[in-house]
Write a protein that binds this ligand. Structure first.
Ligand code: PRX
Length: 651
């Protein structure tokens, strides 16, 4: 509550700079016109965007076929994502882009690689032929479990070239998590690397894949990129080196003419149950959404050097490291490693070195840099920057102001962009040449996006007020379903309100129509901008033979936004000691990955429950946030008294 109050007391405003507005892709006039059209006729607005920003082999017959909650966009249109991201920059009036840098890549050890559009096109065509030679056909799923290397972008684009949907699993997930995701998507092939670099040392990926694919009947090939030169086990007949397969591949591969609704990718994200959801995105609508928002919100120009720091394993990396920027013919920067290696100024060094003009990152990173001290960014020339972006979590006004002052030199507009894995692209954000910003607010919905705030009864909250964030009209980048589970798709997103998408976030709208996102209101935690379901962590904990019951909650954390706190009730004779804490943290790391490891584990003889047997999470959240705890462990807590006091609290 304190956070919400401090946000809503925020009174500072920043008008778009007139010099910026003058050169902006979308100025006030265009933005207002688009807003008007998007409000009155969203399908007409999106159709116009699809025509202007995306290339089609065959035009669509119908813009939208909406049978709630199932949408089809640009029905009958034929399109290819890799054609849009590559070929169209090599032909006609854009042919000059042939030798423009498409990807500027830097590895953590300092090695670099710059791929021009022509080179990237060649690599993608070759790898598409490798996939074909390995028996991958249109519609087959390909799992990518890779470090941040150019081969990841090449593999993604190669999949889109032949119409094989990819499923990227973030390299920090464990073998168990990887295996579940491969099996859910029934992937035919896994692409990985020997390893990558993080925090100054190589980490291994191939052994994790070897362990995962022991129990994945659908996988018959593993393609391995050589990155770190670590020794790897190679299974003859199953494993193939990337560079060997590429050496023989032809660089000719025409893009498949795919239906607009052809599946483009699956990306798993956490929900309120133990199993992650495979969010399905399709081709024409998604590409229209990310290309348009990238052009308008990041004001992308041909001479920009654009850097989004997200790992490609998350949706931000899909939409705004790879597809949006490349479809717009931009230069996109990819960095392999951690922000603070070899020193706390690595990112600022990269900005100076490559002349980055547009920089998009997450509040957790910004807060970490605030703590590290201003001297690190101040020691670098950041004058190339002209626009900053934020994503993934609410940005507190103090962090916003620091970003504005220290990184942006008070001259760069900030776009705070609200969206989700499910929305595919940005939904609420400032347009830098048109919209006045307020620190901590994502400002207003993008044209064509009908966001609203509902109360519990499903009434729109009028005037200044808070409630649940919803989307009342379909949009082109929207998820088309949960892979293999239409029932869960309906229940999760479309059953709270009639024909309205329920985002799972709480938000406030002020009297000027500005949205202030307050964060998740379901049992999903947002840790450093990454979604982790409380249930997922709980099921990992209870799979330990030492645990009778577990409840997991988030507590506010100054840097990561949320920290994971687990309340664990051990089995009969188990001693709740530091060794048990260590075992349980290891268990979660094994089942999910280090990102889900609880910050704190607290033992209790029983979990507080309501009369109907529901765990009183609200109470646990209060306890987790309210009390100072020195170490990891505390003695066995007794909630029975508290539980009795709250017995009437049966919600
Ligand atoms: O709670 C919101 C938060 O991140 C959630 C979506 O997480 P994910 O699907 O992993 O995608 C993250 C990157 C798009 C949302 O439900 N969130 C995302 N952006 C913002 C945000 N919260 C506040 N402000 C934002 N700009």
């Amino acid at each position: 509550m304190a956070d919400i109050e401090s946000l809503l007391k925020e009174k500072r405003t920043f008008k778009p700079d007139s010099d910026f507005t003058r050169q902006a892709n979308w100025n006030k006039k265009t933005t207002n016109e688009y807003r008007k059209l998007g409000d009155s006729n969203p399908t007409k607005f999106w159709a116009q965007m699809a025509k202007e920003n995306v290339s089609w082999f065959t035009p669509w017959k119908k813009v939208l076929d909406w049978k709630p909650p199932f949408a089809k966009w640009f029905v009958g249109g034929k399109i290819n994502v890799s054609y849009n991201c590559l070929d169209r920059h090599l032909e006609g009036e854009n042919a000059w882009r042939k030798n423009k840098a498409a990807i500027i890549w830097e590895g953590e050890p300092g090695d670099t690689r710059v791929l021009t559009y022509a080179e990237l096109h060649r690599e993608v065509c070759k790898f598409a032929n490798v996939l074909k030679a390995q028996g991958v056909k249109k519609g087959d799923r390909v799992c990518l479990y890779m470090p941040m290397v150019p081969e990841l972008a090449i593999a993604m684009l190669a999949c889109t070239r032949i119409g094989a949907p990819h499923s990227i699993v973030f390299g920090g997930f464990s073998a168990d998590a990887l295996r579940d995701r491969i099996n859910d998507a029934e992937a035919k092939i896994v692409i990985t690397a020997d390893g990558g670099y993080r925090k100054g040392a190589p980490f291994a990926l191939k052994p994790t894949v070897d362990e995962a694919v022991e129990k994945t009947p659908s996988v018959d090939r593993v393609i391995v990129v050589k990155r770190t030169e670590q020794p790897v086990d190679f299974r003859a007949g199953r494993d193939i080196w990337w560079h060997e397969a590429m050496a023989e591949a032809s660089a000719k591969c025409p893009p498949a003419k795919l239906d607009s609704e052809h599946p483009l990718f699956i990306l798993y994200t956490s929900g309120t149950t133990g199993n992650p959801k495979g969010i399905l995105h399709t081709t024409g609508g998604y590409l229209t959404h990310v290309t348009t928002t990238h052009k308008a919100i990041f004001d992308i120009k041909d001479d920009d050097v654009y850097w989004c720091t997200a790992d490609i394993g998350w949706i931000t990396g899909h939409s705004y490291v790879v597809y949006g920027p490349l479809a717009n013919g931009a230069t996109t920067v990819m960095y392999e490693g951690t922000p603070a290696h070899p020193g706390p100024d690595r990112w600022w060094d990269l900005i100076e070195k490559w002349g980055v003009t547009i920089f998009y990152t997450a509040p957790t990173a910004i807060r970490t840099f605030i703590r590290l001290g201003d001297e690190h960014p101040k020691g670098h020339d950041l004058s190339s920057l002209r626009l900053l972006g934020s994503v993934g979590e609410p940005i507190n006004p103090e962090a916003w102001m620091w970003y504005h002052r220290v990184i942006g030199g008070k001259r760069c507009p900030i776009v705070d962009t609200w969206w989700q894995t499910e929305t595919g692209g940005i939904m609420i954000s400032s347009i830098p040449g048109a919209v006045e910003t307020k620190p901590g607010s994502a400002t207003r919905p993008f044209p064509g996006v009908h966001a609203d705030i509902f109360d519990e009864a499903g009434e729109s909250v009028k005037g200044d007020g808070g409630g649940f964030l919803v989307l009342k009209q379909p949009w082109p980048g929207m998820l088309r379903g949960i892979w293999g589970d239409p029932k869960r798709f309906k229940e999760t997103y479309w059953s709270t309100y009639d024909q309205t998408y329920f985002a799972g976030d709480g938000a406030h709208r002020d009297k000027n129509g500005y949205f202030w996102i307050m964060g998740r209101i379901d049992d999903v935690m947002n840790v450093s901008g990454h979604r982790i379901g409380t249930m997922e962590v709980e099921s990992a904990l209870v799979s330990s033979p030492d645990v009778a019951e577990a409840a997991v909650v988030g507590r506010p954390d100054e840097i990561t936004g949320t920290a994971i706190v687990a309340f664990v009730s051990p089995k009969g004779t188990t001693i709740p000691d530091d060794a048990l804490v260590g075992r349980l943290k290891k268990q979660v790391t094994k089942e999910i990955g280090a990102i889900a490891r609880p910050t704190e584990i607290r033992f209790t003889n029983a979990l507080p429950k309501t009369r109907s047997g529901k765990i009183m999470r609200r109470l646990l959240r209060d306890i987790a946030s309210g009390r100072e705890v020195g170490g990891d462990t505390s003695t066995l807590e007794d909630f029975s008294v508290l539980a009795k006091l709250r017995e009437s609290d049966d919600d």
